[in-house]
Design a protein around this ligand. Sequence first.
Ligand code: OGA
Ligand code: MN
Length: 295
Amino acid sequence: MSISIEKQHPLFAAELSGIDVGADITPEIIAAVENAVDQFAVVIMPGQDITDEQQIEFARHFGPRESPAIAASGFAEKGHRLPQYLFDASNLGLDNEILPPGHARREMRAADRLWHTDSSFNPLPTKWSMLSARIIPPEGGNTDFADARAAYDALDENMKERIEELVAEHSLWHSRKKGGLKTVTNAQEQGLPPVTHRVVRQIPGTERKAYMAGAHARRIIGMDEAEGAALLQELTDFATRPEFVYSHQWRTNDLVIWDNRCTLHRGTPFDDEKFKRDMRRTTIDEFAPSWAKVG
Ligand code: OGA
Ligand code: MN
């Protein structure tokens, strides 16, 4: 079967067909996926009926895999439903049943409904996420994506200049509090302390510029805290205007890859006390911090 690509939105997001993620991964396949993500930032690969091991193996070809145990659930419950290298974005507990209301991991996941970039609370920039839909609810539960390259291009020149050299602080606990988590312990704060990333980056591959804000971004280094937070909110609001957004309606066995350096995303509601939604994510880091400037 030959590889084909079909655009889903005027600005970004495309469906990539003709690749079997569970089969042997050739250099041609790696190049096709890298090129597609560079060009479209969000790439949907339908019909990927894969095992956890196949998903983890596929991810290996694109960079260092994040081991998400701590951020995923390590602070919320003992044990892991999924193997190392798989982040559990489901509404399921260790017994594969729907988490009860008020469960600690439910509280942790609530902030996924805010616009964010994955794992920007980690020191290394997150290159891509790859989310596999194993079980989807009968309605709702889309994932929305925003193109932060197109948003950057659309900023006025004053704003581009204002943000060019800025560095932002990101913290998991900031987004969790925004998402409604009431208590964050000292051990949690110290276990995942804040990190910094450049706001504006040139994305390797296309050399297009994009900016990174979203729910983990707390303040701008060297700027009054409230002023920095307001600027980050303004940037997030701008990037998530309707013209920059593609909403993905999941089908079972979709594998969706997105570039966290130049997109924002958020989960959307569904009846999560009634229906299972089993989503499993491999996450790929870059090799160097974002402030190691490219070019
Ligand atoms: C994620 C995420 C949202 C969703 O897996 O990183 O934000 O719709 N998921 O499952
Ligand atoms: Mn996410």
